[in-house]
Design a binder for this molecule. Sequence first.
Ligand SMILES: Cc1ncc(C[n+]2csc(CCOP(=O)(O)OP(=O)(O)O)c2C)c(N)n1
Ligand SMILES: [Mg+2]
Length: 908
Amino acid sequence: MSDVLDELLNLDRSQLGADELRELNETELREWLESLDYVLASGGPERVKTILDSLERHAYKHGVPIPYNATTPYINTIGVDQQPEYPGDLELEERITNLIRWNAMAMVVRANKHSSGIGGHIATYASAATLYEVGFNHFFRGPAAGTDADLVYFQGHASPGIYARSYLEGRFPVEAMRNFRRELQDEPGLSSYPHPWLMKDYWTFPTVSMGIGPLASIYQARFRRYLEDRGLLDPGDGRVWAFVGDGETDEVETLGAIRVAARNKLDNLIWVVNCNLQRLDGPVYGNGKIIQELEAIFRGAGWNVIKVAWGSKWDELLARDSDGVLARRFDEMVDGESQRYAAFGAPELRDRFFNTPELRKLIEDWTDDDIAQLNRGGHDPVKIYAAFQRATQHRGSPTAILFRTVKGYGMGEAGEAKNVTHQQKKLDVDQMKAFRDRFDLPVGDDEITKYPFFRPDDGSPEMRYLLQRREELGGFLPARSPQSERLAPPEADAFDEFMQGTDGREVSTTMAFVSILRKLLRDDTWGKLVVPIVPDEARTFGMEALFRQIGIYSNVGQLYEPVDSENLLFYKESHDGQILEEGITEAGSMASFLAAGTAYATYGVNTVPFFIYYSMFGFQRIGDMIWAAGDSRARGFLVGGTAGRTTLAGEGLQHQDGHSHVLATTVPNLLAYDPAFAYEIAIIVREGLKRMYADQDDVFYYLTVGNENYAQPAAPAHLDREALEEGIVKGLYLFRPTAKKRSKLHAQLFGSGSIMNEALEAQRILEDRYKVATSVWSVTSYKALHLDALETERWNRLHPDQEPREAFGKRQLEGAKGVFVAASDYMKVLPDALARHLPAPVVALGTDGFGRSEAREELREFFEVNARHIVLATLQALAAMGELDASAVARAGRDLGIDPEKPNPYVD
Ligand SMILES: Cc1ncc(C[n+]2csc(CCOP(=O)(O)OP(=O)(O)O)c2C)c(N)n1
Ligand SMILES: [Mg+2]
């Protein structure tokens, strides 16, 4: 070899003719490749890596920067010689997969035959069937595996296939299969997608709002580590598997947090990205290669990436391809082209793909049948097994497996790789027959239009195999089986110190909340279960003392001396830290909330998440994830800080939240509170802990807290504790009754949150200046009052011949005289919605409109929620009732300094 090298080195290339130069280049390349082969054979892959690394550095030193390349060639990551032997019975497994394929297809076609437009998807599962089946037969460990049990995020649109498998496993009666997407029939039905709310013993994670499942899976894997590191869960080998659509990676949520997984070294996380190269409308990346693009993204983020692009039949061609023409052709082909081969089959592939003499030579002796076997890797169980096995053995980083599949695999003319395939729900008789033939299913021609479901006898080899595999792997999946212990509620007097008020000391409700949280953290039972979650906002909420007290969770502890180590309250990161400091990501924080809030069902461990954030960046920004928390039956507290459109001064339009309570009305199992005082928060938190963790109700809580300092009053003395608690929890109680014994004019003011103080000031003015006997009520929850009123109304409607019931709000206001005026820092629609359920009309004041950068006083004047406007509204309401002269009200307006022509904050 050295002779050749010497000869080469002595050549002056500029003197060579074109042919000689080509020959030289080829020889040179061959020499290098042969050397590499030699190193690989004698020193193994590690030696190859070392040498290539040294070569790269060497080139760099001599001024040849090797361009950064985030991708590897477009061939399988795992070479054919590295594939393990398949441990299962391939033939049996294929028969089982085919039955599931058929049943999944039949359930959708049947549902749409019986009820046109009912929907459902065939093509997604058709592309993913083998991926799931290799997982079910060999990898996914079920609940009986204990701490080794896996969690699987199923692609939402693949649910017909998941149901079809469960049907074979005997988990559903045939009626359930017939009632796919018919949940309101007399017989059991199956929900369209994974919804724990609707199938609470079955589905664990809602995934069908795309992007949320992948994001949640990252924080789930991290939360598992957190539980282990904090000693709340025995360490185990359980993994999180997330099935992700290639189109789904368009969603920012899907890829936005992948570095979190790498940074936390989550080798318990495996993403199975089903790259069928299509989304709903057409190709995901027709002009490029989605697999290569994703590879670069994942590698760049520090993930282990395994590409499974080509099935086993291609290995024969790759073995023949000594010049690398095939690998180059793979690199050159874009997904839009590749889709044609899946859609039009062997003749198209022969004519268009093998488009040079060298390529044609590779298949010169092949028939169309041979060519038709050139499958994509994601349909080849041997390749899938190799990838899953390697992923489960990998340590130190998460793994993404990029499987190349065909969307609508096996659907033939009905949709295989066609652009319309995603929404194909109807197959005609010929298409059904073609499907049957393709998968060799035992369905007679005469039966085919009855869409029969197949379940072999219990004693059949298929059934025995299927059940035995699941038995060995720890039972059926998906399965949701909450088994956490019921906790005793906190003692009745646990938060009594907050009932006394602050004795004139001015404290915000945020500070009060943080004190309550700190108290809870010191509690023997509850302390360790609390999971504070903050999106880089702890200092905003005065929570920095917690950094030192309970530590910030980090999987590596703290590798540096913090800059503030001299301080008492330094920035402490630790391996068993309790705070999840997520950085600036409400979505990531909410994903942690999802994991912590459902830990009772996932791990049988109660944890109590408190996610504390800028209230404006909650529902408005991550509303869909809060919806998912409702669907997931998550428990815990969402705490919207810096709340209230006029309470958060200075920050202006983007920060001032006057509508999160309106958005909170949309989530059915969420209780929402806008407390005014510290003792209200204490009672709400205690009640929440009791309801969620003692009574185990599947509800969660939202409360807003503000940053305005004011003296926190003691709980009112005129109410006994029980009445006070009931009022706070159900949404309304009398805070300060009128002091006027005798008066002609009466008013009831409703205040909420920090606007309570404006109502109290208005009470003083109304009583002193205008002789109106005024009582002030605290409305802690318009949502609770409204729901109760609706429920009462409904009951009365359905039971017309029985004694009508009265809603709580109306009962509380029994005997309350005069006009009702409501003021809050939220939109007027909240009191307006309640108004028709109250004994008298309500005038609503609120903060509809865009916020402004201003101080509180000016903001409250602008939005007309201050004491002066409450007074005017009260007097005008009295005039409307005929109790006052309109001219007296106009005079009062002038006295109060209110400009009748001031701009309307809603439209201005
Ligand atoms: C947030 C969100 N937007 C849109 C949809 C509607 N949708 C459902 S499936 C789908 C295409 C899915 O493509 P891909 O992720 O590639 O999955 P495949 O079915 O190809 O496996 C779309 C747009 C959705 N479910 N969620
Ligand atoms: Mg797709």
